[in-house]
Ligand binder design. Structure first.
Ligand code: PEP
Ligand code: MN
Length: 338
């Protein structure tokens, strides 16, 4: 249930409502927008609606049930877009953020070189996997802590914030010592112990859509993190498994405007995993910008032919720089900047 406060309601009015909710034994989540404050309450709507008598309290405009199973992730909870600040880079604001870098961190030199090149092309966040969720246990599993250290060195060298995947609750502390954003991969989107633990951290979480995940399942996974108290969650469309095998996955362009409608959380698009083919990355990145994505995640490798993972879907730094220029007029056409 949510309680919508009147425009210009006093702080004391908000505090009065919060106190009443807590007296009834529930936890509140406050969303202070520019125009009005919304008070979200998780739990028994019927009981609260009848017991609370919130409508007669000072400063209250109305109470509403949130019909969707996800509550804090819902647009009803916050009409304003959530903007996540990562070391001064705003994700979810008017400027489209580009996160780029290799699928896997392969060496110190390689990640630092790539970081300089993507920065020169206009990317503002560096990606790179140190713990890799590979389909085969015999494939390269990532450099682990050394990879995290090299990412941090690349941040030091370029000033770019970093994002990297955390695969297990056991690794949250270690990854958290280095990363600016925790990435949850498609294979872990419904790992509820991991999501619950990430609800307790104080760093942004980048949540990928599951391999066969429905939109509602993605939003419910976000709800796990939000309900734990971490409100800094972004949702990533990275393609889903369909009957089509001509491409690695089927990038679901519908997801972008739909997620923007259903939720206030920033939406990111990953055309590399969404297609699996480097030559489709540019066209799908442009389509995602046109459809309203808040950010892009793009795999860039200094020499894709020799990449240890996902070379076929990685752009060379030159191709990436060219794409960045081509994205500018597309962003401008939808009233955004890149
Ligand atoms: C990745 O970003 O390299 C990755 C493994 O992505 P996904 O979880 O979408 O497969
Ligand atoms: Mn990858």
């Amino acid at each position: 249930m949510i309680i919508v406060m009147k425009q210009g309601a006093e702080r004391a009015d908000v505090e009065g409502v919060v106190k009443r909710v807590e007296e009834l034994g529930y936890k509140v989540h406050l969303s202070r927008g520019e125009a009005r404050t919304i008070i979200g309450i998780i739990g028994a709507d019927e009981h609260l609606m009848s017991q609370g008598s919130f409508e007669v309290m000072d400063g209250v405009e109305k109470t509403m049930r949130v019909m969707q199973p996800y509550k804090l992730a819902s647009r009803d909870f916050s009409h304003e877009d959530t903007v996540i600040d990562v070391r001064g880079v705003a994700i979810g604001g008017p400027k489209i953020v580009v996160m780029a870098g290799p699928c896997s961190v392969e060496s110190r030199e390689m990640i630092i070189e790539t970081a300089h090149m993507i920065k020169a092309a206009g990317a503002t966040i560096l990606r790179g996997g140190a713990f890799k969720p590979r389909s085969s246990p015999y494939s390269f599993q990532g450099l682990g802590e050394a990879g995290l250290r090299f990412l941090a060195e690349a941040r030091e060298a370029t000033g770019l914030p970093i994002i990297t995947e955390v695969m297990s609750t056991d690794d949250i502390e270690l990854v958290g010592e280095y990363t600016d954003i925790f990435q949850v991969g498609a294979r872990n989107t419904q790992n509820y112990s991991l999501l619950k633990a990430l609800g307790k951290v104080r760093k942004p979480v980048f949540l990928k859509r599951g391999i066969s995940g429905k939109i509602e399942e993605l939003l419910m996974s976000a709800e796990y993190i939000l309900s734990g108290g971490n409100m800094q969650v972004m949702l990533c469309e990275r393609g889903i498994r369909t009957y089509e095998t001509a491409t690695r996955n089927t990038f679901d362009i519908n997801a972008i405007p739909l997620l923007k409608e259903l939720s206030h959380l920033p939406v990111v698009s990953d055309p590399a995993h969404g297609t699996g083919m480097w030559n489709l990355v540019g066209p799908i990145a442009k389509a995602a910008v046109a459809a309203g994505t808040d950010a892009l995640m793009i795999e860039v490798h200094p020499d894709p032919k020799r990449a240890w993972s996902d070379g076929a879907q990685s752009l060379t730094p030159e191709k990436f720089a060219k794409l960045m220029n081509e994205l500018k007029p597309v962003a401008a056409a939808v009233g955004r900047e890149i």
